[in-house]
Design a protein around this ligand. Structure first.
Ligand code: HEM
Length: 437
């Protein structure tokens, strides 16, 4: 019998430390149940989560009534409401179409050398000390560097973007912030949009050709295009493009360090790196929840969902569903089949999946090659940040033998080659399944 009847405790740091046991308790009863503490349906089973993402009766509109949102949060909610993530058809495909070209696997593959250089530079900086906080030194700066490069944001402005992005991500991941934090998140979003407006429309430095900024700037000149809408989606790219990937790098490194034999296997079998990236995403997903709201009364997995009710799709739990992933708590790079939900599914499937996969691949290759004796350092167990939505570490201290200069040119390279430049955006290139996203 299910003893745990609410997802809410997952917010507590103690529960974050045993999150996947907690999900098992939650799933032990119904895979879809009403949580009276959160006033929402909670879906933990893979089949329910997967089918719900494609159910047209479930809307992604997050704030159906902006007037009902608190005064401090409303300015932020107004911007989020213009982002593709929080829209349904017909606006959703229109917004996605504006920028999806820049994120196809083929376009993203051209960034490989840039990502490699950025990782090498970070490792070189940390090398003499033989110590690193993976979160602060690698996982935070790398994705911000890459998404800023794509948006052609000058180096000097990047610290400001990072500072604005953090309160916004915190507010998105946590519906229980106090009024001051919500006000700060709204103000940060306003500052970010003002910055992008200047960058796109009146910047002294023209966009480099073929960058995402050039694509967006061209649309900004179109009188039929709503500029505020474009700016809101630039902010989405910046926040979604770095917050999640940061957590992926941190969570994946921790999982590897906790499974030394499995990490050794990768050193010997670099051809497994693409599969390892997918397995690490399944094993400890940076995004744990997707939110949907019923447009009308509907049936989902045999339960009656009433119009307006919220459904929380717990992709982190779906990724450990034994019905799809036998021995789900084992990290297994040769796991057969099974589509993980870390990037979601259906029409909102992560637009940046190819980029995130490429960043993960390059980081794994570099850590395995350049720092072969990488190990956890420190007496404290790794700490998880407080968020129901994003799962990530606040710091991850590691130690290693500083690489010699001779190592700088060598690198384990996954013989999977590119992050599948031939597959369509939205497909998992390593485990294609018929009829997938
Ligand atoms: C490991 C890293 C990442 C993870 C785990 C992740 C996860 C997700 C998930 C679960 C969704 C679907 C949300 C839903 O259906 O409600 C999503 C959507 C999205 N992601 Fe990612 N993401 C990652 C990296 C990125 C990157 C690098 C970018 C962009 C540069 C990005 C941009 C987006 C966008 C724009 C959407 C909205 C797509 C739409 O609504 O059509 N993500 N992501």
């Amino acid at each position: 019998m299910r003893t745990t009847t609410s997802l809410l405790p997952a917010f507590r740091p103690q529960v974050q430390e045993r999150l996947y046991d907690f999900y098992e308790e939650l799933r032990a009863g119904d895979e879809l149940f009403w949580d009276r503490h959160l006033s929402a349906w909670i879906a933990t089973g893979h089949a329910v989560v997967s089918s719900a993402t494609g159910n047209p009766g479930l809307s992604s509109v997050r704030y159906p009534d902006l007037d009902a949102v608190s005064e401090e949060l409303r300015p932020l909610a107004e911007v989020l409401s213009r982002q593709m993530l929080y829209n349904d058809a017909p606006d959703h495909p229109r917004l996605r179409g504006l920028i999806s070209r820049a994120f196809s696997p083929r376009a993203v593959e051209t960034l490989r050398a840039r990502i490699s250089d950025a990782v090498d530079e970070i490792i070189a900086q940390a090398a003499p000390t033989g110590r690193m906080d993976i979160v602060a030194d690698l996982a935070r700066p790398l994705p911000m560097t890459i998404i800023s490069d794509l948006l052609d944001v000058p180096e000097k402005d990047r610290p400001a973007l990072t500072a604005w992005s953090e309160p916004v991500a915190e507010a998105i991941g946590n519906s229980r912030l106090d009024a001051d934090r919500n006000r700060e998140a709204s103000q940060s979003m306003a500052d970010m949009l003002a910055y992008f407006r200047e960058l796109l429309t009146s910047s002294q430095t023209p966009a480099a050709p073929d960058t995402l900024r050039a694509l967006v700037a061209a649309q900004a000149e179109n009188p039929d295009q709503d500029l505020d809408e474009l700016l809101a989606n630039c902010a989405l790219l910046l926040i979604a493009g770095h917050e999640t990937t940061t957590h992926f790098i941190g969570n994946a490194t921790l999982a590897l360090l906790q499974h030394a034999e499995t990490a050794d296997q990768l050193r010997k079998r670099p051809d497994l790196i693409p599969a390892a990236v997918e397995e690490l995403l399944r094993y400890d997903a940076p995004v744990q929840l997707m939110l949907r709201r019923a447009r009308h009364d509907l049936d989902l997995a045999g339960r009656s969902i009433a119009e307006g009710q919220t459904v929380l799709l717990v992709c982190g739990a779906a990724n450990r569903d034994p019905a799809v992933f036998p021995d789900p708590h084992v990290l297994d790079f040769e796991r057969p089949g099974g589509r993980h939900m870390a990037f979601g599914h259906g029409p909102h499937f992560c637009l940046g999946a190819a980029l995130a996969r490429l960043e993960g691949t390059v980081v794994l290759e570099a850590l395995l090659t350049r720092l072969p004796d990488l190990r956890l350092d420190g007496t404290e167990p790794p700490k998880w940040q407080r968020s129901l939505n994003f799962r990530g570490l606040t710091r991850l201290d590691v130690a290693f033998t500083p690489p010699s200069d001779d190592d700088s040119g060598t690198r384990v390279v996954s013989t999977g080659g590119s992050v599948d430049a031939t597959s369509q955006a939205g497909e998992c290139p390593y485990r294609p399944e018929p009829g997938g996203a």
